[in-house]
Design a protein around this ligand. Structure first.
Ligand SMILES: Nc1ncnc2c1ncn2[C@@H]1O[C@H](COP(=O)(O)OP(=O)(O)OP(=O)(O)O)[C@@H](O)[C@H]1O
Ligand SMILES: [Mg+2]
Length: 145
């Protein structure tokens, strides 16, 4: 499915809708440039999972964990990761086994570690400053407005 958003809030809202539909063990794999809106989308995922905390970029920690929602959210940023080997070193398989949602920014860097059926979220810039083109693959059907 392809969506167009015109503000960070609209991107977050799309994330919220997806988050509300996610099952335990879901992996959401993002692709898209610096500043595309992956973290904005993940903020929405957290809201859709009823997580009260504000999601911040995990760039310096690789993974942030949010409990206290319908399901736990594990928010990964693989920007600094050289290979998927490092992902296994930080316990990727343990995270998968915990029955939460794994949201993975810069999934390009760990492509070979991801299952083929992972939910794909690709975010590209549109023609204008605040426009984004967001493509979802393997996602559950989202409710229409
Ligand atoms: N339609 C839009 N959707 C999402 N973000 C938008 C949109 N329009 C403008 N922006 C801006 O783009 C930026 C997106 O930042 P965000 O941190 O979510 O990107 P990111 O993909 O996580 O980047 P990084 O790879 O650095 O982690 C924010 O500054 C936000 O205000
Ligand atoms: Mg980010």
């Amino acid at each position: 499915m392809e969506y167009r958003t015109n503000s960070p809030e609209e991107t977050e809202e799309l994330g919220r809708k997806l988050g509300a539909c996610l099952a335990p063990g879901s992996v959401v794999a993002f692709t898209g440039d610096l500043g595309a809106g992956k973290t904005a989308f993940t903020r929405g995922l957290a809201r859709g999972l009823d997580i009260p905390d504000r999601v911040t970029s995990p760039t310096f920690t690789i993974v942030n964990e949010y409990e206290g929602g319908r399901l736990p959210l594990f928010h990964f940023d693989m920007y600094r990761l050289g290979s998927s080997e490092e992902l296994f070193d930080i316990g990727w398989e343990d995270y998968l086994a915990r029955g939460g949602v794994c949201a993975v920014e810069w999934s390009e860097n760990v492509a070979d570690a991801l299952e083929a059926d992972a939910i794909r979220v690709d975010i590209r810039r549109g023609e204008t400053e605040n426009q984004r083109l967001i493509t979802l693959e393997h996602a559950p059907a989202l409710p229409e407005d």
